[in-house]
Design a binder for this molecule. Sequence first.
Ligand code: SAM
Length: 305
Amino acid sequence: MTSSISLGFHLLNIVFIDLYLFVQFTFRTYNFEYLELQISVTLNRYNFKYLITSLVYLPKIFMAEKVNPYKDSDQSKKVQVTKMFDTISNEYDGLNRVISFGIDVKWRNKVVKMVAEKQPENILDIATGTGDLAISLASTNAKEIIGLDISDGMLEVGRKKISSKNLNGIISMVIGDSEDLPFEDNTFDAITVAFGVRNFEHLEKGLAEILRVLKPNGIFVILETSVPTNPIYKAGYNFHTKLIMPTIGKIFSKDKVAYNYLSESASVFPYGEALNNILRKIGFIKVEHNPQTMGVATIYSASKA
Ligand SMILES: C[S@@+](CC[C@H](N)C(=O)[O-])C[C@H]1O[C@@H](n2cnc3c(N)ncnc32)[C@H](O)[C@@H]1O
């Protein structure tokens, strides 16, 4: 009986992978390494619960990965995202404060507090951008903080801020891709990503890399935009992200479509329990989430066995 149920699940799993392959081929986004990872993650962590959550959240990941900055471009999401952040790097900090009314500073401070409680020796801040979170993390007294980002333009702005605060001895800014991290397994006590995961070309691949380089019992914290569930807050959120944000972007940004992308990618990205389940499926443990400011952002924390 148990073995026939198991065989049934196995067949369903194969159907799921086939469907996934079909979608990848249809939309010409076939990526062998990603498929390999999908198969191994699904089979290794294979059980009924994960199969169900896979089927539920896969369309969400697929939609999020399909939202690209430049609609008419044939380039990969990664290339487009890098280009976009290089273009807006000098205006990013200023526009960000205006668009978020400065609340992003409060959210980053909460992330710092959660990380500080673990007294980490070393921290990796992925998608560090202009380094605001990496700089705030210096207050944890970690001996080494690495800020990693795919956009050299963003890193360059960050390097200047780090020098002006005399933090060069603690924080280094490294160019790199979250989906292929240049570090050994089990390297970091703490890893953070603020407003970065929704820009990954392959979300699960990036998260699997993060799990690989996190030390057992280490802490992983994500700060990411989310959508309020309360209909009144949601209406306000839609007004701000769909109208105000792109308009401010159009007037003040060097890249006229960047803030459309940032708003659109936020609206389709999986959040709350959906993102928790993705983290669990990848292999993270102790996964929790905590919505911030009416649910317009959420802080997720997780660990490694
Ligand atoms: C919205 S910014 C967030 C920057 C910063 N963490 C903050 O809180 O302001 C997103 C950052 O993710 C970076 N990014 C996108 N895809 C990446 C990838 N695959 N690997 C590393 N960084 C990436 C972008 O270059 C950009 O700097």
